[in-house]
Design a protein around this ligand. Structure first.
Ligand code: XMP
Length: 513
C-alpha cells in the first residue's frame, strides 16, 4: 500500500492546498471526510493524520466532529487552525471566542526550538492567521512551543504522543516557511520516505489499468486538452492498441489544433486515433443561433450524438476512459459558509448519457493538475500540450458574439493564431492563465490605403488566475499590444479595429459568452 498521510477535511478552503503541499514533499496524501470512521482510516495504514481548518466553531451545536478514536491510532496528528481547536476540545483543553478575529499576517516566536515541527527554522517566522476562536487552555500533556502577538498557544505539542497543533496556516503561501514545517511533520515526525513522484506513479498506474481493463477495449474522448491528452498517453502505455481515442472536430477549434492532435497522438505515439470531422453538422446547427445558452446546449447535445455514433464505429468497447482529476472527486463538505463548497464549477459538463453502458477508467482521479502536467512530461508529451492554456469545450463559439458562421470562425481563428504566436514569443503565454482573441461582430469604419473599410472588431483577452474562478486582466506590455494590433489589422481580412478587454472576474467572466 502506498505510504500516505490522511487529511481530514473540516471544510477549510485550504484543505486541498494542504494535500498538495504534502505531495510536494514526495509523500502521497488523500483527503477524507471529517467523520470517516477511525477503522477506515486505520485500514489505509497512514503514517500521520492532519486535521484541516474549517469555518465552524468547535463548540457550535452543528460543529463537524471526527471519530474520537482517531486519537487512539498511535500515529502522529497535526491539527491546523480548527484542527488544533478540535485537538484541544477532545483532549481536555478549552476553546473560546477570541476578543478579536486574528486575520492576516502575524509574527510567530518559536519558544522551544527542540520541537521537531520547527527543526532547522529560525526563532521568528512570518505566518498567516485566519481564525476567530482561540485556544485558552491547553489540553493535558501539551506544551506551548510558539506564540504570536495575540496567542500564547500559536503552536502546541504533546511530544510523547506526537500530537501537534498550529493556530496559523502553514500550507498557504503567506506563511513563507510553512512548507518546511510540513516537511518536518511528514518526514521527521511521521517518518515518511520520498516515494511519491510521477515516475513511480506511471508504474503503479500502468499496473492498475492493466488489472482493471484486462483484455477489454477502452475508448477515450480526446479533446487535445491537458487532462485527456495525459490520460491517453498513460492508457496507451498500459494497454497499447486496446485503446481507441476519438477526436471530434466540431469546427470550433483553434488554428492547427486538429493537426497537432493527429501529429502528436497518431504519428508520434501511434495511438489508434479515430478522427471525426463533424464541423459541418455543428456549424449547420448553429446557423442563426445568437443566444449564448442555446449555443452551448446545441454544441453539448451535438457532441454527445457524434461521440455516441463514433463509439459504435470504434467497435465493442467495455470501458470509457475519462481524465477526471482529484479535485473533481473530493467530496465537498456541506458546511454553511464554506466557500470551497460554494465554488463548484458551473461548467461541470453533465457527462455522457446514462444509456451509454460503459465502465469508467479514470487513471488521473487521484492527481492534482500540476501532477498531471508532470506525468505528461514523464510520458513524453510535448510542452505545447502539457502547458497549454485552458480552452472551453464549446470552443470558438463562446468567443464569437452573436451568430457563429464559418466565415467568422475563420476570422477569429486567424486573429487568435496571431495572439497565441505573439504571446508565446513574448514568453508570457506559459506564465498566465489564458490569452485569446474574441470576435465582436459590430462593424466600424476604417481606412486602409485609399479605401474605406467597414469591418469587425477583435478584443484581446489576457487573464491571470489560479483556477478560473476569479481572474485579473493582465497588463500586457505596450509594445506587445502594438504588435498584436498591427498584425491582426494587417493580416486578418475583415478586421479593422482591435480593443483590449480590461475587466476582471467577477464581475465579468473570462469568456465572453
Ligand atoms: P468563465 O468564462 O466562466 O470561464 O469565466 C472560466 C474558465 O472556464 C473555461 N470555460 C469552459 N471550460 N467548458 C469548459 O471545459 C466550457 O463550457 C467552458 N466555458 C468556460 C474558460 O475558458 C475559463 O478558463
Amino acid at each position: 500500500m502506498t505510504e500516505q498521510i490522511v487529511i481530514l477535511d473540516f471544510g477549510s478552503q485550504y484543505t486541498q492546498v494542504i494535500a498538495r503541499r504534502v505531495r510536494e514533499c514526495n509523500v502521497y496524501s488523500q483527503i477524507l471526510r471529517y467523520d470517516t470512521p477511525a477503522s477506515e482510516i486505520a485500514a489505509l495504514k497512514p503514517k500521520g493524520l492532519i486535521l484541516s481548518g474549517g469555518p465552524s466553531s468547535v463548540y457550535a451545536a452543528k460543529a463537524p466532529l471526527p471519530d474520537q478514536q482517531i486519537f487512539e491510532m498511535g500515529i502522529p496528528v497535526l491539527g491546523i487552525c480548527y484542527g488544533v481547536q478540535l485537538l484541544a476540545q477532545f483532549l481536555g483543553g478549552k476553546v473560546e471566542p477570541g476578543q478579536k478575529r486574528e486575520y492576516g499576517k502575524g509574527n510567530l516566536a518559536v519558544k522551544d526550538q527542540t520541537c521537531a515541527l520547527f527543526a532547522k527554522l529560525p526563532k521568528s517566522l512570518q505566518v498567516w492567521n485566519s481564525h476567530g476562536d482561540k485556544l485558552t487552555r491547553m489540553p493535558k500533556g501539551f506544551k506551548a512551543v510558539a506564540t504570536t502577538e495575540n496567542s500564547d498557544y500559536a503552536a502546541i505539542e504533546n511530544r510523547a504522543k506526537n500530537f501537534f497543533g498550529l493556530q496559523f496556516h502553514p500550507e498557504v503561501a503567506h506563511t513563507p516557511r510553512g512548507r518546511e514545517i510540513i516537511t518536518n511533520f511528514v518526514h521527521a515526525i511521521c517518518g515518511c520516505g520520498k516515494n511519491w513522484n510521477m515516475r513511480n506513479y506511471v508504474e503503479q498506474a500502468v499496473e492498475e489499468i492493466q488489472a482493471q481493463v484486462g483484455q477489454e477495449k477502452v475508448i477515450l474522448g480526446l479533446s487535445g486538452g491537458v487532462d485527456s491528452s495525459v490520460a491517453a498517453a498513460l492508457l496507451h502505455k498500459a494497454i497499447g492498441d486496446q485503446l481507441t481515442c476519438i477526436f471530434v472536430n466540431n469546427g470550433l477549434l483553434r488554428g492547427r489544433e486538429a493537426e497537432v492532435v493527429r501529429e502528436v497522438f497518431g504519428r508520434h505515439f501511434h495511438i489508434k486515433l479515430q478522427y471525426e470531422n463533424a464541423s459541418k453538422l455543428f456549424l449547420d446547427r448553429l446557423k442563426k443561433v445568437t443566444d449564448p445558452e442555446r449555443k452551448r446546449k446545441i454544441i453539448g447535445k451535438t457532441f454527445i450524438e457524434v461521440f455516441q455514433k463514433a463509439t459504435k464505429r470504434a467497435g465493442a468497447a467495455k470501458f470509457l476512459a475519462q481524465g477526471t482529476l482529484y479535485p473533481d472527486v473530493i467530496e465537498s463538505i456541506p458546511i454553511a459558509g464554506n466557500p470551497a463548497a460554494m465554488i463548484k464549477s458551473h461548467h461541470n459538463v453533465g457527462g455522457l448519457p446514462k444509456n451509454m453502458k460503459f465502465k469508467l477508467v479514470e487513471p488521473l482521479k487521484c492527481l492534482f493538475k500540476d501532477e498531471v502536467r508532470q506525468l505528461g512530461l514523464e510520458l513524453g508529451l510535448p510542452k505545447e500540450i502539457v502547458y497549454r492554456q485552458p480552452f472551453p469545450g464549446p470552443g470558438l463559439a463562446v468567443r464569437i458574439l452573436g451568430e457563429v458562421t464559418p466565415k467568422r470562425c475563420d476570422i477569429l481563428r486567424a486573429a487568435d493564431s496571431i495572439v497565441v504566436e505573439e504571446m508565446k514569443s513574448s514568453g508570457l503565454y506559459y506564465k498566465i492563465w489564458q490569452s485569446f482573441a474574441v470576435l465582436l461582430p459590430v462593424r466600424s469604419v476604417g481606412v486602409m490605403g485609399d479605401e474605406r473599410t467597414y469591418d469587425f472588431t477583435i478584443a484581446i483577452r489576457a487573464v491571470e488566475s489560479q483556477d478560473g474562478m476569479t481572474a485579473d486582466w493582465v497588463k500586457l506590455p505596450y509594445d506587445l499590444l502594438e504588435k498584436l494590433s498591427n498584425r491582426i489589422i494587417n493580416e486578418v481580412k475583415g478586421v479593422n479595429r482591435v480593443c483590449l478587454d480590461i475587466s476582471s472576474k467577477p464581475p465579468a467572466t473570462i469568456e465572453w459568452e
